[in-house]
Design a protein around this ligand. Structure first.
Ligand SMILES: [Zn+2]
Length: 352
């Protein structure tokens, strides 16, 4: 944990908090403030424990605003945006709500990797695409969605959604949402055709992940909710509560026949158990293909749901995991503890 602080590792967000004895302040692991000395820090699993031990929240990294959740000071603004999606927010509007415009801008940049105005635009475009798909004509859609001109609407649509209004009628957007877990936030993306991505949301990688799925499915990506995302959230929460050992979600696999075969085999590895790449290759009837199996394992877009974390090396070493080795280790230990069969006879832990 101390190494994570030294590296300002944002992927540890939400996993633990660090408190500094000399200042009486506690922080997120990724705080940009000066790195405290090892002997002056202590760690807490939750912010409540840090407060109970007498620490105050850092004013720089705001550890009470759990990464991925909406902080209390922003709640009012977000619900206003939802009820008045067409409104053009000026700095004066924000100030009249008691908000600092620069703090609002910083929050959107940090959480969505886009400016506040770009966020408002994706919200408006999301509504517009929805209207076009339900049969509205282009002109009234542009005006109803808060665009001042038809050409401005076409331009925004082309730039953000990559479509002209006529094509957008047939285009189903992919919606994305964040799912909070004890291992940090996850990013889920999906729509009417099912879930197409579930990965640990490393903030630095967020923009890349968006681009990757948008290109793969040739569909626009918008922030929003969808029943398949709600369903995913619910099942992920059950998994982390130890109440779920397999997932029942519509997945958009879209792989080559080989990839699809590997992912199907992966899903057959029972909860709480591990397989080696070699075992998987043998089961596929391609005993020499363990390298290709390893690669395909790494291409999995559905963390936890397609359990690529259950694949280890033949000698029991954990080896790589896109979400970070520490998460893989955590997941395997978690499943081992909660696995019904392992409660009777425990297997030794894999070698680190
Ligand atoms: Zn801090």
């Amino acid at each position: 944990m101390y190494q994570a602080i030294v590296r300002r590792d944002a992927t540890m967000e939400g996993v633990f908090f660090v408190a500094v004895k000399t200042t009486g302040i506690f922080c997120r692991p990724g705080c940009k403030a000066k790195t405290p000395k090892r002997e002056n820090v202590e760690f807490f699993a939750t912010s409540a424990e840090a407060i109970a031990a007498g620490y105050r929240a850092c004013r720089r990294c705001h550890p009470l605003e759990l990464s991925g959740t909406v902080p209390a000071w922003l709640e009012n603004l977000l619900s206003r945006i939802e009820t008045e999606p067409n409104r053009r927010w000026t700095n004066a509007d924000l100030t009249s709500l008691g908000l600092s415009p620069s703090r609002v801008r910083r929050w959107f940049q940090e959480h969505y990797q886009m400016t506040f105005h770009a966020y408002l635009r994706t919200q408006r475009l999301g509504l517009a695409v929805e209207r076009l798909r339900s049969g509205s004509d282009v002109t009234s859609t542009a005006l109803d969605s808060g665009f001042e001109s038809l050409s401005g609407f076409r331009e925004s649509l082309r730039k953000w959604v990559g479509e002209t209004p006529t094509n957008a009628k047939q285009t189903e957007p992919i919606l994305t949402a964040r799912i909070l877990t004890p291992l940090g936030p996850m990013l889920a993306a999906g729509g009417d055709s099912g879930l197409c991505l579930l990965e640990f949301a490393d903030r630095k990688m967020l923009a890349k992940q968006f681009q990757r799925i948008s290109k793969l499915f040739a569909q626009p990506i918008l922030i929003g909710s969808h029943r398949v995302l709600d369903q995913t959230d619910q099942q992920v929460q059950q998994y982390f509560a130890g109440e779920r050992t397999s997932f029942d979600l519509p997945l958009r696999i879209d792989g080559t026949p080989f990839q699809t075969a590997v992912w199907t085999q992966l899903r057959a590895i029972p909860y709480g158990q591990t397989n080696s790449y070699q075992q998987l290759a043998k089961r596929l009837g391609k005993p020499t293909a363990s390298r290709a199996v390893g690669r395909t394992n790494g291409d999995n877009r559905f963390a936890i749901v397609i359990p690529c974390h259950r694949v280890v090396r033949s000698d029991g070493h954990l080896c790589g995991y896109a979400g970070g080795l520490w998460r893989k280790k955590w997941l395997l230990n978690w499943e081992r503890q909660n696995s019904p069969s392992e409660r009777q006879h425990r297997l030794p832990l894999p070698v680190e």
